[in-house]
Design a protein around this ligand. Sequence first.
Ligand code: LIP
Length: 264
Amino acid sequence: MSTAMGYLELAERIAREAGEMLLAKRPARPEVLATKSSPTDVVTALDRASEELIRARIKEARPDDAVLGEEGGATGDGRVRWIVDPIDGTVNFLYGLPEWAVSIAVEVEGEVVAGVVNVVPRGEVFTAVRGGGAWLGGERLRCNTGVPLEQALIATGFGYGPGRRAVQAEVLAQVVPRVRDIRRGGSAASDLCAVAAGRVDGYYERGPQYWDYAAGGLVATEAGARVGGLNGRPAGPDLTVCAAPGLFEELHDLLVPLDPERDA
Ligand code: LIP
């Protein structure tokens, strides 16, 4: 069980089990347990229960591996590391909107080799193995290509802090007139899979954390998209941009002079 495909099989099995648990246990209106970076950045009991289940299953199967999880932080120091978002799109989960996902990526020596994004309410499980393509069920995914910026449907997201949001709104005001339209789904993992599936043409966001984009980023890359940051930097919390080559550069060049990282 040491190939990327082996990691993917385990990750998919765990992400499906967590998804089933969340669907079965989700009350009509989940209770907010705590807030994190701002009063709107919430944690429910089921974020924690989902991460506990995922960590327990990883530990049973691979006791020496490290884990980085949104709720539980970093544990262990193995050469294999699991990157876990137990519910990406927690606000959607809270409100009963159908756009939240369990996201699990597997890194070997710092490189993501497998990823699964289970968009639970839609029953869609996106998977990817490095070099092995991106898949939704039995269908191989390919991102849209040859779309010019002014025809592009672009997904984005907002952070939880008011200062960051004010800058994001200013940047967005300059982006909207230049593209077909904007979508704000509420889950970065799902947005990246939407690029992979050709449901949007591109995505950009300031602030996504590694657990938000590790698995979805591999799905998008394996579907032919480019995933990166500004000025040759890798994707990251500063800025993550994703689109087919060509559109990536157009979107990147639109964003750079708008200085979307200026709230830092
Ligand atoms: C969310 C992201 C979303 C972003 C939110 C938040 P969470 O993750 O996936 O795209 O706009 O600010 O970070 O908090 O639901 O795991």
